[in-house]
Design a protein around this ligand. Structure first.
Ligand SMILES: *[C@@H]1O[C@H](CO)[C@@H](O)[C@H](O)[C@H]1NC(C)=O
Ligand SMILES: *[C@@H]1O[C@H](CO)[C@@H](O)[C@H](O)[C@H]1NC(C)=O
Length: 418
């Protein structure tokens, strides 16, 4: 009797356990398939049907997508947007700049700027789009966060609020100007491949076009190069852009990973690997980036090097930047994800301090701003900012060749930066 009763209890337990296991595994399966569906839907939104596909040696797939089919046109405000194929005005500056429309036909001497060029080019009237793969999205904390920055990435010099800056682990070494109305900025930046300690960290070098106060509605347009294992799945140095109109909360993204930036150029892919990069005590390679506001249409345009006008951020994406920028920043940023009291060994720039100078340290040279008359000119009253100069530092200078410049960067963790 007693034994049969015990057996009954055991049986019930077994059945119960079995039931629980089945419902757990089916719940897990259901949520996995729901996530898979969400990822697939997201990939379909981002990856438009290509007319041609190019495999890059770094593992990237570059899709040549018709200009009018790019992700930007998913934006409800852009349904009836007439694409601007070129800016109406271009800042006439101090430095060699007027080559836009009369681009030389023979490209024999153009060095490779993006690795995928070794395997082909996109036809006219298409844009090269780095294909987003399932594993790219799965590396993000959620489908929604893919391609987006975490909050608080902008250094707020002068009146720095230490808590806010340190909270997110973002660290900077930058030069900046404020106190005027700015309509663009330019710089030539040498390109490196900084070492990243942990995959959830990144290291980048960029310029920031900022509008508004540093509140919830900060407007920002950013472009430069970055190494970001989480975003790209490798340690390559890549060309990138970013924008937000609400301080990194609901709007904006990297590259073409949301609708916003309208690309018109068929040669340069956002997020693609830049090649070659500079070597320590070796050849130096730099890229030029110019961002300016078209005085007629009001859109913010981006140019890469002297030859490539990449496209524009339509004015309506922004509030403050619909008028002008109130601050420009140039420099490096890394994420330190080490817990309290520890410092990451993730490098900024070349991983060497500014003191080392040319061929060793990373630089921004010929930094300029665009004024209200659409002229490039030397910035006035350049300030610098860094949270911990023992980890990453910045040093400005000026001379005839390089105009206003600065060296910046550092190794992160070292005897003076633990
Ligand atoms: C940020 O934190 C580091 C140590 O974790 C500290 O040395 C530094 O002073 C802090 N920076 C600011 C601006 O408070
Ligand atoms: C990236 O670099 C880290 C170390 O800096 C290394 O552990 C990792 O394997 C590299 N990842 C790839 C995809 O090469």
């Amino acid at each position: 009797m007693g034994s049969s009763c015990g057996c009954g209890v055991t049986l019930v337990l077994v059945f119960c356990l079995w039931g629980v296991l089945i419902s757990l595994s089916s719940a897990a399966r259901l949520s996995a398939s729901r996530q898979k569906l969400e990822v697939t839907k997201h990939l379909n939104r981002l990856n438009k049907p290509p007319v041609k596909t190019i495999q890059s040696p770094d593992g990237d797939t570059i899709d040549c997508v018709p200009v009018s089919k790019q992700p930007a046109f998913d934006h409800p405000f852009l349904k009836d947007h007439k694409i601007q194929t070129r800016p109406t005005f271009h800042p006439d500056g101090l430095f060699e700049e007027n080559k836009l429309s009369e681009k030389p036909k023979a490209k024999a001497h153009t060095p490779i700027t993006q690795l995928w060029h070794t395997n082909g080019r996109c036809p006219e009237d298409t844009i090269p789009v780095r294909r987003t793969k399932e594993e790219d999205v799965l590396r993000a904390s959620s489908v929604k966060r893919y391609g987006r920055k975490k909050h608080r990435a902008i250094p707020k010099p002068r009146s720095a609020e230490p808590d806010l800056i340190n909270q997110s682990g973002h660290q900077h070494a930058i030069a900046y100007v404020e106190g005027d109305k700015y309509y663009g900025a330019k710089a030539t930046i040498n390109v490196w491949e900084p070492k990243i300690q942990q995959t959830n960290e990144f290291s980048l070098s960029q310029l920031w076009i900022l509008g508004g106060s540093f509140g919830q509605d900060l407007n920002s347009i950013e472009a430069g190069w970055q190494v970001s294992p989480d975003l790209y799945g490798d340690n390559n140095t890549r060309l990138f852009t970013y924008w937000t109109s609400d301080a990194y909360q609901a709007t904006g993204c990297y590259n073409l990973l949301c609708s916003g930036f309208i690309q018109v150029n068929s040669e340069i892919a956002m997020g693609a690997t830049i090649s070659p990069v500079s070597g320590y005590r070796n050849s130096q390679f730099d890229i030029s980036i110019l961002i300016w506001k078209d005085p007629k249409e009001g859109h913010w345009w981006m140019q890469f090097g002297n030859d490539y006008v990449l496209g524009y951020w339509p004015s309506f994406l922004f509030s403050y930047l619909a008028d002008s920028a109130s601050m420009i920043e140039w420099g490096g940023e890394v994420v330190n994800s080490e817990p309290d009291g520890q410092h990451t060994s993730t490098q900024m720039g070349s991983g060497h301090f500014p003191e080392e100078g040319f061929g060793k340290a990373s630089y921004f040279r010929n930094i300029q701003v665009v004024d209200s008359s659409n002229n490039l000119k030397a910035p006035k009253g350049i300030g610098t900012f860094t949270e911990q100069s023992n980890c990453y530092d910045v040093q400005t200078g000026s001379n005839g060749d390089w105009g206003h410049y600065f060296y910046y960067g550092g190794p992160g963790k070292n005897p003076n930066c633990q």
